[in-house]
Design a protein around this ligand. Structure first.
Ligand SMILES: Cc1ncc(COP(=O)(O)O)c(C=O)c1O
Length: 364
């Protein structure tokens, strides 16, 4: 690696070596030939039926509670357009996934950020916000959060679903990283604690490929029906060949070994980023996750964060502006977004990670 090489700490995407190209290609080829009259046609508005059945079995729900669409972000946007009335509050973690914040705002939400702690959203601050206003929904990424990397503790999971029942609001749990755990044990999904008010969103983008655009949601059937109708009015029918390829991939038993392969690929990168952050940025508050794609840091107050992204670019380091991940704060106090740095580690090699962390430390 040369010092002139650009290092990209902006992309929360799988690298090309993560794609199961041969197997996925074979599955796509097989389903297009074997089920052409369905997968090359309009139809299956709730998603390719065999894939809905696979997912229903995995999540122990009825297929009527599953909707598969063109990536989970689009489903989330459709859910937002149904649930958000202009001016309604949507609560998110602070920081939260920037594109989700954007879609909520586009649908007219007053998006309010509730501080994120190492073990997930601050319950105290959530309760205080609920006293003021009940939101259209609360959006959470409970496992290996994007952008911070935090995971919601069991105790907080229980309290969140309890509060959703008490105050009658929906919780969207968005879990695309959940299966990429590098250490420790899974915590229950919110829906496993109590599904009454929970909408679960997930995706094959991080487990197979983002380009196939296969994401799904699980919720009570009435919401599935509403969102299906909105989807039909938006794109007629979902992209069926890739959904069918995923169904075939699952049927052949290929997903679990692929997830193991991804963990082997990402674990050294995760360790490299965790080590580099501790070594190069000892004064920062670091979130070191047990899985997923992101380490993050809150830089110390005396760090030089003026024009951080452009100064990083001058030393060949691409960073995402931290403020993009911050909704309006719940208490009106200015956000600390400029001190927040997301550090995606999956699409960079350990050498690039070491060098990138050194460059970041050098400009603070
Ligand atoms: C938390 C979260 N939700 C949703 C998405 C988008 O998923 P999809 O590709 O299924 O639209 C991402 C992608 O980075 C993400 O990090």
């Amino acid at each position: 690696m040369t010092t002139s090489e650009k290092i990209v700490f902006t992309r929360g995407v799988p690298p090309p070596e993560a794609f199961p190209t041969e197997d996925l290609g074979a599955c796509l080829d097989a389903v297009v030939r074997e089920d052409a009259s369905v997968v090359l046609q309009y139809g299956q508005q709730r998603g390719y039926a065999p894939l809905r059945e696979e997912l229903a079995a995995e999540y122990r729900v009825s297929p009527a509670e599953i909707l598969i669409g063109n990536g989970s972000l689009q489903l989330q946007d459709l859910v937002s357009s149904y649930l958000i009335h202009p001016g309604a509050a949507v609560y998110t973690e602070q920081p939260s996934y920037d594109r989700a914040i954007k879609t909520f705002r586009r649908r007219g939400a007053n998006t309010v950020g509730i501080p994120l702690e190492e073990d997930g959203i601050s319950i105290e601050r959530l309760e205080a916000a609920l006293e003021r206003e009940v939101p259209a929904f609360l959006y959470l990424v409970p496992d290996f959060q994007n952008p911070a990397g935090s995971t919601l503790s069991l105790e907080k999971r229980r309290r969140v679903v309890e509060l959703a029942g008490e105050y009658a609001f929906k919780v969207i749990e968005d879990i695309p990283y959940r299966k990429l755990r590098y250490e420790g044990e899974d915590l229950p999904m919110l829906r496993e604690i109590d599904p009454t008010n929970v909408v679960t969103m997930s995706s094959f983008s991080k487990l197979l490929s983002p380009g196939i655009r296969v994401g799904f949601m699980i919720s009570p059937e009435d919401l599935i029906g509403e969102v299906t109708a909105l989807g039909e009015d938006t794109y007629l029918s979902p992209v069926l060949p890739t959904q069918a390829a995923v169904a075939e991939y699952l049927r052949r038993g290929l997903l679990a070994p692929n997830v193991e392969r991804l963990k082997e690929l990402y674990t050294p990168r995760w360790k490299a980023m965790a080590g580099a952050v501790r070594r190069e940025l000892p004064g920062a508050q670091a979130f070191i996750p047990s899985g997923g794609f992101f380490v993050s840091v809150m830089l110390p107050e005396d760090a030089n964060t003026q024009d951080l992204v452009s100064r990083a670019s001058e030393v060949g380091l691409a960073l995402t502006p931290g403020a993009a991940f911050f909704a309006a704060p719940d208490d009106g106090v200015a956000t600390e977004g400029d001190r927040f740095v997301r550090l995606p580690f999956c699409a960079v090699t350990p050498d690039q990670i070491e060098e990138g962390a050194r460059r970041l430390a050098g400009i603070l």
